[in-house]
Design a protein around this ligand. Sequence first.
Ligand SMILES: [Zn+2]
Length: 448
Amino acid sequence: MPKQTVDSLIHAKWIIPVNPNNRVLLNHAIAIKQGLILDILDSTLADKTYKSSKTYRLDSHAIIPGLINAHGHASMTLFRGLADDLPLMSWLNNHIWPAERRWVSDEFVADGTELAIAEMLLSGTTCFNDMYFYPNITAKMAHKHKIRAQIMMPILEFPSAWADNAEEYIHKGLALHDDYRNHDLINIGFGPHAPYTVSDESLERIRVLADELDAVVHIHLHETEQEIEEALRQGGERPLQRLDRIGLLSPRLQCVHMTQLNKEDINLLQENGCHVIHCPESNLKLASGFCPIAQLMDAGINVALGTDGAASNNDLDMLGEAKTAALLAKGVSRNAASVPAHQALRMATINGAKALGLDASIGSLEANKSADITAINLNQLIDQPIYDPISHLIYSTCGQKVSHVWIKGKLLVEQGELTSLDTKALQYKVVEWRDKIRIAENQQSMQF
Ligand SMILES: [Zn+2]
């Protein structure tokens, strides 16, 4: 039998397909053709069956589906470390919102997003959800660097450099949705910022439009105790009840944070098939509370993972986030068996794909899915001994061990280096921003 020609053949010591759950394939290979996974088979058989001009032999590596960061604000990476050790509302009111009013522009979003994309690719993330001003620029940068992205049109009642009011945010967002209607890597959804920044009228409009366009809705929700108290004081209902009254609860709704949940809330999420995006490090850093993910998953609710912006994390490392999620779940539920390593890995991959409505094409390594693949090199002394590579990936390694990344079969990281992004030029731009922002912030604090 003549060998079949494929575009790439990746041999690896361990392949962790994620579906089926908790499986590790030893000495297997992935054959890629036209951006899709054609086959996953034993390495010896792969050499007999396929020929490829690009063959990778990753003898000390674990291969997983590309990681999916289901919540973030990419360009806020330029605010990394700007304001630490503060609770959410003073962090937002006294630092982040003033800094955003001063600095956010198309140029800021372009450079900040490029920095975030570099960090995400280098740490194995192949798909990210983003909610921020200038989503047109975020989309442009994702397109330029060939990373998969689900980008939310931001919607608030407040003016920003991007739009003056909810109507304008929606108007510009719809135009963007149109621009990317048939894009292979990018799709656009609705991003009402939070219940406390968006009116009933705007939320109703979003529901109608999202239904019409079959688009996702992504919202910061039940993030702090204060948010619930204020909502009850002002309208007599919990934010989730309010969204239910407006008709927004559906399998297209991505609820970010959810640290304040009672039994009725969990029932509402479950009955309506809503997704929860858990951001454990951001919640810990801002002391917002704990999302009871073990309880949610026991109720059959899909829980995905997000880093949130680098200003409240302060990195975009999804393997690190999965470790925090696993450890925190054990502490919160007082049960060491809660969220085992393979479940944490699912949260960072297939559960993210489900939340984003993309699980037919990404989130696991299976024939006919897109070749969005991350390889982690476990060859160093510090990585030894390895009994279970899934345990290792979650509890012992971090994104810095990522060696190769493919998106739709295209190699974007090779031997820990970006293949097509000019890191020197980017570093120069980032330092320039740091110097500008630092000088202004210092002057401001001296005035007070
Ligand atoms: Zn956020």
